[in-house]
Design a protein around this ligand. Structure first.
Ligand code: TXA
Ligand code: MG
Length: 361
């Protein structure tokens, strides 16, 4: 199969490529498209055979349900039981935008989307191409992130092509995604709302609109139970990822580089993403990407792109400076932890690791 990549101009609603893409979707074919968070791999959400093709293309575990993307309230009602007062308030505050709500599913949603659950995840993306595509198709679009299962999510059409060239018929190219990490997933299907996946819309943003017990909910055991997606390893580049927390000293960060080099008799290719001068100027680091200190938004925007770029340069190890786990930092650290081989919170954890690298006598 040949994979076509079509760009969309400034007036998506009337663009002939959107019309063509919508025809593909209505015919049960897959179309990758941009959203404000990451690219999605879309299928007609009401067509069980088309949705099945997403699972096959992504090699996604069969029990991991998809998000339905809608463009208006009528489509929302096809997918879930609504209104729910908390959902109404959140929709008013954050849609279109990077907030996914988990709500009781309709029979139509259960047919293709929910993988045996009684609930369905739904969101209205804040991207003109995504909205125009959903409207033109006239149906909700089921779309997970458009990456092979386990790989970093795609934030450009090129990334989608890397993973799916020859396997899907069409990619709509809308340039780079603005947010860079996936939407916040909030479960409203039970009495106590629970963040299943943190994102750009933070716990504090949500708590300003509805009652929600706060404090980094998405790491909790309850979140793992309620969220099929958190059971799987995620966002991993080929390279090993070492995250160093803000508490780690520059000396220990440099020791880590020295230790890694020594352990592989100089043949190791190290990449670095961060703000530490000592590493940005380090002669034994092969590839460097400077980021400003503690800029969680910036790291979110670049993270998946950088992980893929470093993989393309055959880097063996990527050292990344973590950020404080507050605000958007919570979601960035969530993605980093899932990608990481090791996370070093402080000097003693890092030094202990270095001892383990030394050859035994
Ligand atoms: O930003 C995003 O959300 C992107 C763009 C394309 O919209 N989509 C995305 O989809 O990240 P995906 O499939 O990669 O992640 C969906 C997450 C998974 O962790 C899945 O387990 C969870 O949402 N999910 C879907 N339906 C659910 C449900 N009924 N209950 C609990 N979790 C659900
Ligand atoms: Mg995904």
């Amino acid at each position: 199969m040949q994979t076509r990549v079509l760009t969309v101009g400034n007036a998506p609603e009337t663009d002939k490529n959107i019309i063509e893409a919508a025809n593909y979707l209505r015919a049960g074919k897959l179309v990758a498209f941009p959203t404000e968070t990451v690219y999605g791999l879309g299928a007609d959400a009401t067509n069980a055979t088309a949705v099945e093709a997403i699972f096959k293309a992504k090699r996604r575990p069969a029990d991991n349900p998809l998000i339905a993307h809608v463009a208006d309230t009528a489509q929302l009602l096809e997918i879930c039981h609504y209104p729910e007062p908390r959902a109404a308030a959140l929709i008013k505050a954050f849609w279109p935008g990077p907030l996914t709500l988990v709500l009781p599913a309709t029979d139509l949603a259960k047919k293709a989307l929910t993988r045996g659950l009684d609930t369905v995840a739904v969101r209205m993306p804040a991207h003109p191409i995504a909205l125009a595509l959903i409207r033109q198709t006239g149906r909700p679009i089921a779309a997970p992130s458009a990456n092979l299962s386990g790989k970093p999510s795609p934030t450009s059409a090129q990334h989608v092509l890397e993973d799916f060239a020859g396997y899907i018929p069409l990619i709509l190219d809308g340039g780079l995604c603005e947010v860079g990490i996936e939407s916040t997933v909030l479960d409203l299907s039970q009495e106590t709302p629970l963040i299943l996946r943190p994102g750009q819309i933070t716990e504090a943003d949500i708590a300003a609109v509805i009652d929600i017990p706060t404090q980094q909910q998405s790491n909790s055991e309850e979140a793992k139970k309620r969220s099929p997606g958190t059971r799987y390893r995620h966002y991993s580049p080929r390279a090993a990822v070492f995250v160093i927390g803000p508490q780690v000293s520059h000396q220990s960060a440099s020791d880590l580089v020295a230790g890694l080099v020594a352990s592989r008799s100089n043949s190791i290719r190290i990449g670095y993403i961060g703000w530490r001068e000592a590493l940005l100027t380090h002669p034994q680091i092969f590839l460097k990407k400077e980021l400003s200190r503690n800029a969680a938004d910036d790291l979110a925007y670049h993270l998946y792109r950088d992980l893929r770029a470093f993989d393309a340069q055959s880097v063996d190890v990527i050292i990344i400076d973590g950020v404080a786990a507050a605000g958007v930092g919570v979601s960035v650290m969530d993605r980093l932890r899932r990608a990481a081989t090791y996370v070093f919170e402080d000097d003693s954890a890092l030094q202990l690791f270095l001892i383990s690298l030394q050859p035994r006598r």
